[in-house]
Ligand binder design. Structure first.
Ligand SMILES: Cc1cc2nc3c(=O)[nH]c(=O)nc-3n(C[C@H](O)[C@H](O)[C@H](O)COP(=O)(O)OP(=O)(O)OC[C@H]3O[C@@H](n4cnc5c(N)ncnc54)[C@H](O)[C@@H]3O)c2cc1C
Length: 289
């Protein structure tokens, strides 16, 4: 069966084409995931709606609560934008780790979310930032928190008739401390063995807000609830960092053995990486002499 291809000239065009879509329909943004899927035959779409030319899905707008980034915003645009780096350095850091520069020119926010790979690098950063996704269809629009959007292995809360229109990143609290770490086989063009993102707020020596998210450690990107539980309201110390990291590795994740890594490696390295990032963020000496 060959796919029907619609090159959308406007957002209305795209939404009309998707109105009767089934779960085999796909949206073509930068194509860095979808073209690979099509060439290998892993995906055989019933319909492909090309949205790359849609100006409505580009650009960054400010509202009273934060910045709204169009779904077609590319990694390269985010890495280059002083405004976005100032607003959410964590997101820019994650985007700089996607593939290499050629991929970053085409790879979009909407595509990273749409693929919903558990190894996606942008999704944990957005989750740690408390971002939400705006989904639009011909009849309605709704905002979904990132943790509710990623529902399973390459599955999202998006209905076939919906398009990811934009991503909202709330204004950051003054003094927020963020960290991102990707562990892969090499520096570029490497799929994550694991990826973590953290955002903490401190008042004096006490942690008053904590969000953590990780990828490649479960069928979907997830919030690190046990880590957050240990950190929230606690006074910073080396023991706290160790305890919170260990809780995340023990309770939050369900890693598997696959081509890239083993479950045991992932769990152990996750604990080490989280411990080291927490010590850095809170100014605690990780290895006192
Ligand atoms: C060599 C190579 C290296 C890579 N390295 C990395 C990496 O290091 N880290 C990483 O996270 N990813 C990596 N990727 C994957 C890919 O580049 C990213 O996931 C990218 O963000 C996908 O964006 P895209 O615009 O190209 O998506 P597309 O390929 O156009 O689409 C991907 C999926 O999302 C859906 N989709 C796209 N846009 C929308 C929308 N607006 N609304 C609804 N659904 C939509 C499509 O239907 C499709 O299923 C790599 C890919 C390649 C080929």
């Amino acid at each position: 069966m060959s796919a029907r291809v619609v090159v959308a000239r406007s957002l209305d065009d795209a939404l009309s084409a998707l109105a009767d879509a089934d779960e085999h329909a796909h949206v073509l943004a930068g194509g860095t995931d979808l073209m690979v899927e099509l060439r290998t035959g892993r995906t055989r779409p019933s319909l492909v709606v090309d949205i790359w030319k849609l100006a409505e899905l580009r650009g960054v707008r400010e509202d009273s609560a934060g910045l709204r980034l169009g779904a077609l915003t590319t990694c390269a645009e985010i890495v280059r934008s002083e405004r976005l780096r100032g607003h959410c350095e964590l997101l820019a850091t994650a985007c700089a780790e996607v593939g290499a520069e050629q991929i970053q020119q085409r790879a979009t926010l909407g595509g990273n979310l749409g693929t919903a790979s558990p190894a996606a690098d942008i999704v944990p950063a957005l989750m740690a930032l408390g971002a939400s996704v705006r989904l639009v269809s011909r009849s309605a629009s709704r905002d979904v928190a990132l943790e509710d959007f990623c529902v399973g292995y390459r599955r999202t809360a998006r209905r076939p008739d919906e398009l990811i229109e934009s991503v909202h990143v709330p204004f950051r609290p003054r003094g927020e401390r963020c960290a991102f770490r990707k562990v892969g086989t090499r520096r570029a063009q490497s799929i994550s063995k694991l990826v973590v993102a953290l955002a903490l707020e401190l008042e004096g020596a006490r942690i008053v807000a904590a969000r953590g998210a990780a990828g490649s450690v479960a069928p979907r990107t997830l919030r690190l609830a046990a880590l957050e539980r240990e950190l929230l309201g606690a006074r910073v110390s080396r023991e706290l960092c160790l305890r919170a990291a260990a809780a995340a590795a023990r309770e939050d994740v369900q890693p598997i053995d696959d081509l890239r890594s083993s479950a045991g490696y992932r769990r152990q390295v996750l604990a080490r990486v989280l411990h080291s990032l927490l010590c850095d963020l809170t100014g605690v000496d990780a290895c006192p002499s």
